[in-house]
Write a protein that binds this ligand. Structure first.
Ligand SMILES: Nc1ncnc2c1ncn2[C@@H]1O[C@H](COP(=O)(O)OP(=O)(O)OP(=O)(O)O)[C@@H](O)[C@H]1O
Ligand SMILES: [Mg+2]
Length: 377
């Protein structure tokens, strides 16, 4: 990261100079505003600069990770688990990696964390080649594997304290941090139990806690919420978001839980058959989904056919169940359709209805194809 001081008053000119000397990427003025660019030297930034009085420090940010043409073919079985993946991870973002079982998600992040070597292609972390300088890179990251098995012979508390020590913390800081994480992740009851003797969900929580020990630039979590009950899942999402917001830690997380991820991630990469099918913000991915509005209707019991007939004139009707229909309507007709449902719902055998906006799950299905991607949950 290249910090460029901006003097009060001459703000626009200084920002301009800073931009000329810095590398393209993201620019943020801490505590003020953030401008993103991908195209080198964007007019928008100059425009913003000219209309603002920048008095902070401009931080020129480069991509955290740059993955280029990454291919991994496992020798055993000859599986092409990653196929020419190109993607960037931006500093400070929460990037979700979605995809069905066997898509190649874990393989991707194992290469990004130098756990396994690529067959071809490169991964750079702040400019450093991850494969050539693995130690330089991994000391700045923390990674929670899909099955965090390495710490099973230690107690929960010791696993966290030792992780802290390995990350360079003093004994007292490591102990304090372990205590705080045990409390935050509600692990008090198992603090002195060997990790190998814990339930699957508890092991996962200890793995997440270990990933959270110490200050790292990026947190990489492989399915952090699988095996967790709903309350713990919510807790883990909260902890991840808090870490990102309060410390600016970049988070890369693999998840199957598209619905929960939607509220957490900034951008999403969808992977299948080892290929990157799409990478964009949640909003833009949702925009790719059907432009039509969806209205889900619960029909009066036993009168679905009546409702189906009435709705057919308004748009495309999909049968979801014995008493449930989904109506797709063009946006410009939506108002009229809703008026009719309000006025004549009883006659039309439409007991209840709700308008469903496009979700990240829809985008996920759209990118992956319905046949291949099963229902994510
Ligand atoms: N060590 C290995 N040796 C051989 N093949 C492997 C190995 N690890 C993974 N694979 C294969 O590579 C492909 C991608 O596996 P990967 O674990 O990356 O998928 P994933 O997207 O993480 O799936 P899941 O959601 O089930 O965890 C799969 O076909 C898998 O069988
Ligand atoms: Mg996996």
């Amino acid at each position: 990261m290249n910090r460029v001081p901006i003097r009060s008053g001459r703000s626009a000119m200084d920002l301009y100079a800073a931009l000329r000397t810095g590398s393209p990427g993201e620019i943020s003025v801490p505590g003020r505003r953030e401008v993103r660019s991908e195209d080198g030297f964007p007019q928008t930034i100059i425009a913003v600069a000219l209309t603002c009085r920048w008095t902070g420090r401009v931080t020129m940010m480069r991509n955290l990770f740059e993955v280029r043409e990454l291919t991994k073919i496992y020798r055993k079985g000859g599986v092409r688990a990653n196929d020419r993946i190109c993607m960037d991870v931006r500093p400070g973002e929460i990037l979700g990696i979605l995809g069905p079982n066997g898509a190649g998600k874990s393989t991707l992040i194992k290469q990004m964390t130098a756990m396994i070597a690529p067959t071809s292609g490169t991964i750079r972390y702040l400019g450093r080649n991850v494969t050539a300088e693995p130690l330089e890179v991994v000391r700045r990251l923390s990674y929670c594997a899909q099955d965090p098995y390495a710490i099973t012979s230690l107690t929960t508390r010791d696993a966290l304290v030792y992780t802290g020590r390995l990350r360079g913390m003093s004994p007292s800081d490591a102990r304090a941090r372990a205590c705080a994480l045990i409390a935050r992740l509600q692990l008090e009851e198992v603090a002195h139990t060997r990790v190998g003797g814990l339930s699957g969900g508890q092991v996962k929580l200890v793995g997440i806690a270990a990933a959270l020990v110490g200050r790292v630039e990026a947190l990489i979590l492989d399915e952090p919420t699988n095996a967790l009950d709903p309350a713990k899942r919510r807790l883990v999402w909260d902890v991840i978001v808090q870490r990102n917001r309060e410390e600016g830690t970049t988070v890369i997380l693999v998840t199957h839980n598209v619905l929960e991820a939607e509220g957490v991630v900034d951008r999403v990469a969808v992977i299948d058959y080892g290929r990157l099918l799409g990478l964009d913000s949640v909003g833009r991915l949702k925009d790719m989904v059907d432009e039509r509005l969806r209205i889900e209707v619960t029909c009066t019991f036993g009168r679905r056919c009546v409702a189906e007939r009435a709705l057919k004139g308004m748009g495309f009707v999909e049968v979801l169940g014995e008493n449930r229909l989904r109506l797709y309507v063009d946006r410009d007709r939506a108002g009229r359709v809703l008026d009719q449902l309000v006025a004549n719902g009883e006659e039309m055998a439409c007991e209840e209805y709700k308008v469903i906006p496009p979700s990240l799950e829809d985008a996920y299905f759209l990118l992956g194809g319905k046949e291949r991607i099963g229902h994510a949950g």
